[in-house]
Design a protein around this ligand. Structure first.
Ligand code: EPZ
Length: 417
């Protein structure tokens, strides 16, 4: 089992291009099922989750080939509508294939995606929306058998929570449905905009994306296209966090600063200098970090839950008391125990975490508990006294392309073994 070894107290300094976004690449790969022609996706991150999505495409009968960060998909020979349990279990967000397979094949069988490290990951909103679009869903022994004997039809769908995955599944199912679909209280994340932009380039008719009401007018078919995946806003936050906690400096190139408008001010409140110009972000942390008052995770455009663990790690070294409230997931503080092993002073009470900044963190043997929790340990290790070994790093590889190479390129002493 691979591990990361990190020698701390090394200032991050340099510039780096931000990798493509995992949480956009995954729905885009699912959307390829809908297109009749060939799709070329550039800036696609080489991640285990992305490879898992490609295995699902291949299992459905699509061809999928990688060349560097460009992946070419041809769904012309799609022949199946069943995703085996083994593939579904590899990645719970595979549920986003449901809407696309239904849209293309008119039926789909797949297993209930399991919960994950963040707690139960229900899909009630996905299923209720698809039922409103004419999908019959039979649940049997953990399998979902979905059919739409009269074809998918447009519907007016109101989400009780702006679920990213549910919004994506509805958009995918609605592209080839009969009539108009409206999504009220839709997710507004940048990844939703990326998916809508891709689908419209393939001939879909989607409007309102990025706002709370999205309209999709069903069309007869979608053709192929060439598209570039948006930069990963959470990887951008991670790299900025690495520079901040080591009192270093970093320039992020090919980022999209406005995607993290809710996070950049937090770095400034900590005392970092942040400059945004074109698609670049420059941060330096010349002085001791200061605690920030209260951070509440919210749906976009609020503070992103995926950046919570990352910012928590940075705050462990910030002078004073910081408070985080995790409003999106039930169990997203699993990194806390591991950070405490490194000398952090964090108390958790339900949704609230109170972080007292400490003078020093200490290298330790720690275990990645989930994707972003693992990234938080990497950040803490960069500032810790001595050597840290992080195991279970396959969870980090789900979302970060060669994280050790990325950080090594800006001065970190980090090795995979
Ligand atoms: C997406 O997950 C992202 N994953 C997550 O990133 C991200 O944290 C999350 O959106 C919120 O921004 C991908 O895009 C692959 P949700 P998703 O549906 O779609 C509840 C990472 O680290 N809910 O917006 O699963 C759900 O339990 C990952 O990159 C229901 O109750 O998120 C959660 O509490 C982690 N019923 C909340 O809504 C439903 O039918 C937000 O979930 C659907 C969701």
């Amino acid at each position: 089992m691979q591990r990361l070894k990190i020698y701390g107290k090394t200032r991050i300094s340099g510039e780096i291009s931000v990798q493509g976004a995992k949480n956009s690449a995954l729905p885009l790969l699912s959307a390829c099922v809908l297109s009749k022609g060939k799709v070329t996706l550039h800036n696609c991150p080489r991640l285990s989750d992305v490879f898992a999505a490609c295995r699902i495409l291949s299992c459905l009968g699509c061809s999928c080939s990688f060349d560097g960060n460009t992946v070419t998909i041809d769904s012309g020979s799609i022949s199946k509508s069943y995703v085996p349990d083994s593939l579904m279990r590899e990645m719970r967000s595979s549920i986003v294939f449901l809407g696309a397979i239904l849209g293309k094949m008119g039926e789909c069988s797949l297993s209930f995606p399991g919960g994950c490290e963040l707690g139960p990951r229900p899909i009630d909103m996905h299923l209720s929306a698809l039922r409103q679009m004419g999908v019959l869903i039979r649940e049997e022994y953990g399998l979902l058998h979905c059919t739409c004997p009269k074809g998918l039809k447009g519907a007016k769908i109101s989400l009780s929570f702006p679920s990213v995955g549910a919004t994506e599944n509805i958009m995918l199912a609605a592209c080839l449905a009969k009539g108009d679909t409206f999504i009220y209280n839709a997710a507004r994340e940048p990844e939703i905009i990326d998916l809508a932009s891709f689908l419209n380039l393939c001939g879909a008719r989607i409007s309102g994306h990025g706002g709370s009401v999205i309209r999709i007018t069903g069309v007869k078919e979608l053709h192929g296209c060439e598209y570039s995946v948006m930069p990963d806003r959470i990887v951008a936050c991670t790299l900025l966090g690495a520079a901040a906690i080591t009192e270093g400096e970093i320039t992020l190139k090919h980022s999209r600063p406005h995607d993290i408008d809710a996070v950049l001010p937090v770095f400034e409140q900590m005392g970092c200098n942040v400059y945004v110009y074109d698609d670049n972000i420059y941060l330096n942390a010349r002085q001791k970090l200061q605690a920030v008052r209260t951070i509440r995770t919210m749906p976009y455009p609020g503070f992103p839950t995926d950046a919570q663990a990352i910012i928590m790690a940075v705050l462990t070294k910030a002078h004073g008391t910081s408070v985080i409230v995790e409003n999106i997931f039930e169990n997203r503080y699993r990194q806390v125990d591991e950070l405490v092993r490194m000398g952090a002073n964090i108390k958790v009470e339900g949704k609230v975490a109170v972080i007292e900044g400490v003078k020093n963190l200490y290298g330790a043997n720690v275990v990645a508990t989930d994707l972003r929790g693992g990234a938080a340990l990497v950040i803490a290790a960069l500032a810790a006294d001595g050597e840290t070994v992080i195991s279970n790093i396959k969870l980090i590889d789900r979302g970060y392309e060669d994280i050790e190479k990325q950080l090594d390129s800006v001065g970190a002493k980090i090795y995979r073994y």
